[in-house]
Write a protein that binds this ligand. Structure first.
Ligand SMILES: Cc1ncc(COP(=O)(O)O)c(C=O)c1O
Length: 419
């Protein structure tokens, strides 16, 4: 283990909050494309992308140029008080990407977009209840944390949380609820919801259902095919809004701008963050025009909607449209197939799953997964855990087929070596 990285980790242990997780001792110095170099000069292939954030990789000239140009003009005026070109242009562009008829509220982080969504759906419907899935992750501030249920460590010690949140089992064919076979996962959850609405939870008092199109922190779990279409119909019947939390799945990661496009569902509310501005802090809440009833001052923020982040987001959108979404689809499919081929029959590997460049290798246990993440790191590949037993892969969307092959090889070698 290198001395510079160790020395820094030793220093931070004296001054930093103990809440920071350090899955392995990686201390970056600089990045280039999909590669990161640590303070000791070691080179790593980045299959985590700052947790699905670094859409365009490290140091993309177009993103840097856009951000630098805006920095020369001005870095901040409070957008809650004063308008500016970068945010208006970005809002127009995002609304257009969703097909029109939405409005936008900007924040800095994912959790801020989710908090804003909670306030918006409550304000608009005046209904008290919120639905979310077991295994969901929507953030760590009190509102979003109340929706989160992917790991008890996020909640422990923080109660009481927001009242009125009801969790419903998630229809994953990989982990079917209620002990049903995988092909029944979707219908079983719909039946459960109908039952809930008849026995315990008055649907007319539910404001919204918050969903991730693919569960992220919960383990990169896909929903049952067609489930979201059926869910949307049921929610519409009861006047319940669908909030698609696309913070991890959005901005092209799964091969389309929103993952919900692939489900054929148009949510009333969408949250975006992570990959939207290639690493600059920015989130966006998009909501249907009809839900626009907030008077000035009903919600706001000092930093949200930073113009430098907006300029970086515009450059990111250009690059997504110029081929990165297509690349996520193609290289993602290649990488998934490659991993399936290399990991076939390897003991302890349960499946390779995901869409686009949001992929995971699921293991028979969390312990095995943790060892795999560490073994990959030792082979110069950066990955992260997700959920109880998955290793997630969320590289920059600029990943080439050759780099995907290189990473798959390193990962398979690491996993095989676990024995
Ligand atoms: C789906 C989803 N929603 C919300 C969040 C919270 O975002 P942030 O960490 O930027 O607050 C995350 C972060 O992982 C996420 O994956």
């Amino acid at each position: 283990m290198s001395s510079k990285a160790q020395a820094l980790l030793k220093r931070e242990r004296k001054v930093l909050s103990t809440s920071y997780v350090r899955p392995y001792p990686f201390v970056p110095e600089r990045g280039e494309g999909v590669w990161l170099y640590d303070v000791d000069g070691n080179r790593y292939l980045d299959f985590m992308g700052g947790i699905a954030v670094n859409t365009t990789g490290y140091g993309h000239p177009k993103v840097l140029e856009a951000a630098q140009a805006q920095m020369q003009r001005f870095v901040h005026v409070c957008f809650s008080d004063f308008s500016h070109e970068p945010n208006v242009s970005l809002a127009e562009r995002l609304v257009e990407k969703l097909g029109g008829g939405y409005r936008v509220y900007f924040g800095n982080s994912g959790t801020e977009a989710v908090e804003a969504a909670i306030k918006l759906v409550r304000y608009h419907t005046r209904r008290p209840y919120l639905l979310a899935f077991t295994g969901a992750f929507h953030g760590r501030t009190f509102g979003s944390l109340s929706l989160t249920s992917s790991n008890v460590k996020y909640r422990q010690g923080f109660a009481p949380l927001l009242p009125g949140v009801v969790h419903v089992p998630y229809p994953s064919p990989s982990r079917p609820p209620f002990g049903v076979p995988p092909e029944r996962a979707g219908q079983a959850v719909l039946d459960y919801l109908e039952h809930l609405f008849k026995t315990k939870l008055p649907p007319a008092e539910v404001a919204a259902f918050f969903v991730e199109p693919i569960q992220g922190e919960g383990g990169y779990l896909l929903p049952a095919p067609g489930f979201f279409k059926d869910l949307k119909a049921l929610l519409e019947h009861h006047g319940i809004l669908l909030v698609a939390d696309e913070i991890q799945t959005g901005a092209g990661r799964t091969g389309t701008f929103l993952a919900m496009e692939q489900e054929g569902v148009q949510p009333e509310v969408v949250t975006l963050a992570k990959g939207l501005a290639s690493g600059f802090p920015l989130s966006a809440l998009l909501f249907r025009e009809e839900l626009s009833s907030w008077p000035p001052g009903a919600h706001g923020t000092t930093f949200g909607g930073n113009p430098v982040a907006a300029a970086a987001a515009m450059a990111t959108l250009d690059l997504l449209e110029e081929g990165l979404m297509e690349n996520a689809r193609e290289v993602g499919a290649f990488l998934k197939a490659k991993l399936e081929e290399l990991l076939k029959g390897v003991p302890g590997v349960v499946e390779v799953r995901g869409r686009g460049l949001m992929l995971a290798v699921a293991f028979a246990s969390g312990e095995l997964r943790d060892r795999a993440v560490n073994a990959a790191f030792e082979r110069g590949l950066l990955t992260l855990p997700a959920g109880p037993d998955a290793l997630r892969i969320a590289p920059p969307l600029i990943l080439s087929q050759e780099e995907a092959e290189e990473g798959a090889g390193r990962l398979a070698e690491a996993i095989r070596a676990l024995g």
